[in-house]
Design a protein around this ligand. Structure first.
Ligand SMILES: Nc1ncnc2c1ncn2[C@@H]1O[C@H](COP(=O)(O)OP(=O)(O)O)[C@@H](O)[C@H]1O
Ligand SMILES: Cc1ncc(C[n+]2csc(CCOP(=O)(O)OP(=O)(O)O)c2C)c(N)n1
Ligand SMILES: [Mg+2]
Length: 312
């Protein structure tokens, strides 16, 4: 988030005083048992103009489903907002990606809005995802010192994929797929939400998002860099030394889940997550408000930039 965005959201807080808004401190709004979220993606900002249009449609749906996953909510319905700027073939292929993601995650598209922009204007695409929460819809703010910090997914893959595409527009492979086609962790989120004292998705970079969970929970955290889940593809590209781990921890576009769980609860033992789910403990919530990083060599200076920041 940029300074401008932060200042604007500060002003919005004066408007969004209804309890459903959760103080604008959460990933979602909660109206009764309905969980509501809206995220926008823009050409050149969240995806590349040359990305396959179907992958842009997939990304629009799944970045929003990732917010539902972080609250343990079941997808119920979606409303979509689309700008069209004179390329019907692009739009057809975009819609096929939207349809594929809606089908994959049982999210019926039930409405939205379309506006025409001048020819070739950069597209801005929005989606409201509505979900149904379970008995406990975790916020970012319920964590306490001693809770274990757990992560579902891997870190840094999408950033490696984006870097590959910026170097070579024809790059392909699993890292490029991670950038273009995020996978929302809905099944893991549903199971973790029952037990989580706090949960959120990691879209801006682990350290930045963890610092938000900590601030909302009035805690600090200790994170063990050596425990961070790195994929084989990430390690092949960047290695797994301290520098590589710090880059994975601050990259963004991961759409992983970050959960605070009671100290004595081990989800790897107590839950039956879908096979292939990558779940690891990465640290602990602490008293105070410091974010402390460690690895086998000792304490690691916290980087100045904790995650992805927009520049306006
Ligand atoms: N234009 C807006 N109108 C109302 N609420 C907004 C608007 N933009 C952002 N928010 C709210 O501000 C908070 C922070 O938004 P954002 O930075 O986009 O968070 P996230 O990373 O969860 O998408 C969220 O609660 C979001 O719902
Ligand atoms: C072309 C391109 N450049 C840079 C990025 C990296 N990036 C853009 S936005 C973002 C973070 C998430 O976006 P934001 O608008 O902050 O979403 P929100 O926090 O509202 O979910 C990241 C890592 C990207 N995905 N694509
Ligand atoms: Mg947002």
């Amino acid at each position: 988030m940029s300074i401008g965005e932060l200042a604007f959201i500060e002003r919005l807080r004066a408007l969004a005083t209804h309890p459903a808004a959760r103080g604008l401190d959460d990933d979602v709004a909660v109206v009764g048992d309905l969980v509501l979220t809206h995220d926008t993606i823009a050409e050149g900002v969240h995806y590349l103009p040359d990305d396959p249009p179907a992958s842009v449609g997939w990304k629009l749906v799944t970045v929003n489903l990732s917010d539902l996953a972080a609250k343990g909510a079941e997808p119920v319905a979606a409303l979509m907002s689309v700008t069209i700027s004179g390329d019907g073939d692009w739009e057809d292929r975009f819609l096929s990606g939207v349809a594929a993601a809606c089908e994959a995650y049982s999210l019926p598209l039930v409405g939205g809005d379309t506006i025409a922009l001048p020819l070739h204007a950069p597209r801005v695409l929005g989606l409201t995802a509505i979900g149904r929460g379970g008995a406990h819809i975790p916020s970012r703010g319920g964590g306490s010192p001693g809770d274990g910090l757990w992560l579902v997914g891997t870190l840094g893959d999408a950033a490696v994929g984006l870097a590959a595409l910026l170097a070579d527009i024809n790059a392909e492979g699993p890292m490029v797929e991670a950038y273009r086609r995020p996978v929302p962790q809905l099944a893991a989120g549903r199971q973790l939400a029952v037990h989580a004292s706090a949960m959120m998705d990691v879209s801006d970079g682990l350290l930045l998002d963890a610092s938000r969970l900590c601030a909302a929970s009035h805690c600090g955290a200790r994170i063990d860099l050596d425990s961070l889940p790195l994929s084989r593809g990430f390690i092949a590209e960047r290695g797994s030394d301290r520098k590589a781990r710090l880059s994975a921890a601050t990259a963004g576009d991961d759409y992983a889940l970050l959960a605070a769980l009671p100290a004595d609860f081990d989800p790897a033992v107590s839950l039956s997550l879908p096979s292939g789910t990558n779940l690891v403990r990465i640290g602990t919530l602490t008293e105070g408000k410091e974010l402390t990083l460690l690895d086998a060599m000792g304490e690691v200076p916290t980087p100045e930039q904790l995650g992805y920041e927009h520049h306006t």
